[in-house]
Design a protein around this ligand. Structure first.
Ligand code: NDP
Length: 333
């Protein structure tokens, strides 16, 4: 194997939209695992919208990335050297090594996974962080009841596609909101939603009313901005909004507020922001259930896979612009 470790570091803090020049590809030596450590060859890198927030100087719910630091991120890889009795070469692990080909660790944050249950890459998607986010946000905050209408934005993406499929399993009407005809067709035909509205089609309000004729009981929020404002007008009394993300605002210098907040008051709507990490210490029915549903084909998933670490900056910008379908990954080898 080559003895170099290609990495992507943060070169500049973007103002507004991220540029490829905000990243730098650097080459360093592969780390040597110390006593008790393992060396992991990262096979897949997960690209996620939250990484945009880590590029800012301002506060977020986690520390930002320093200029010159390797970009953070979840990885799926193979143990290639081990000085730790809990791991052996060949073990497949989920870690948080960031945008780089190799990483050394004492193993505390590594989780062994079984590729015989689902393919390795799925542990970064439907059976990983995005899938768990969908499960906890919908089940714990949305609390779906049979016959209710669940609307989810970014419905063709990693989190949204799973939200709608869980809603169907729970006996709800699942309505997606996604950008473009192709994505909407996929949401209905492949992910099995009852309907999908193209928010770029110019008739969001009317199309949403047609897709959710009985009003909206749960709105799983991934995007914010005008989509949230439009949904707010069609919420039923006592609707719930698990506030998962606001991707339409992540590159805005002045994020958009919510104009018709009064609708939440009139309809006694519960809106709760959440971060998946809040659920880390709870027992994990989510992981068990999602793994089973994926294995049974009750939850389907798609992946958009970029090739090589050098392509990570372009793919990340593509994710923020909606070029991905399903989970955005980078195959590192
Ligand atoms: P996705 O795979 O859904 O990819 C992002 C999608 O967002 C794009 O494909 C695009 O789809 C959509 N999008 C981008 N810009 C806009 C816009 N201006 N208006 C409407 N939609 C837009 O990403 P994830 O599934 O990983 O994440 C979805 C959301 O969940 C994000 O907001 C993310 O931050 C959040 N999240 C929150 C977590 C938590 O713990 N709270 C954990 C994980 C994710 P389209 O083509 O349809 O526009």
């Amino acid at each position: 194997m080559s003895n170099k470790n290609l990495q992507v570091t943060l070169a500049n803090r973007p103002t507004g939209w991220v540029q490829e020049s905000d990243f730098k590809i650097v080459e360093n030596d592969i780390p040597k695992p110390g006593p008790g450590q393992v060396l992991v060859k990262n096979l897949y890198l997960s690209l996620d919208p939250y990484m945009r927030g880590r590029m800012n100087a301002g506060p977020s719910y986690a520390a930002n990335v320093a200029i010159g630091q390797v970009m953070v991120g979840g990885t799926a890889g193979e143990v290639v050297e081990s000085n730790n009795p809990n791991f052996k070469p060949g073990d497949l692990v989920i870690g948080y090594f960031g945008w780089q080909q190799y990483g050394a660790s004492n193993g505390a944050e590594l989780r062994k996974v079984d590729p015989k249950l689902v393919p390795l890459s799925a542990y970064l998607g439907a059976v990983g962080m995005p899938g768990l986010t969908a499960w906890w946000g919908l089940i714990d905050i949305g609390a779906p009841k049979e016959g209710e209408t669940v609307v989810v934005s970014a419905a063709a993406g990693a989190v949204g596609s799973v939200v709608g499929q869980i809603a169907k399993i729970k006996g709800c009407r699942a309505v997606g909101i996604a950008g473009g005809k192709e994505k909407c067709e996929l949401v209905v035909n492949e992910f099995g939603f009852d309907a999908c509205v193209d928010y770029k089609g110019g008739n969001l309000k009317k199309d949403l009313r047609a897709a959710a004729p009985k009003g909206i009981d749960i709105y799983f929020e991934n995007v914010g901005g005008v989509v949230l404002e439009t949904v707010a007008l069609q919420l039923n009394p006592f609707a719930r909004i698990p506030l998962c993300g606001l991707i339409s605002q992540y590159n805005e210098v002045r994020p958009h507020g919510l104009d018709n907040l009064v609708m939440l008051l009139i309809n006694r709507v519960k809106l709760q922001g959440f971060i998946l990490g809040d659920y880390a210490t709870r027992s994990d029915p989510a992981m068990k259930e999602i793994t089973q549903w994926v294995r049974e084909g009750k939850i389907k998933y798609r992946e958009t896979i970029a090739n090589g670490i050098e392509d990570a900056p372009r793919a990340f910008i593509g994710l923020l612009k909606g070029e991905n379908i399903g989970k955005q990954l980078v195959k590192l080898f």
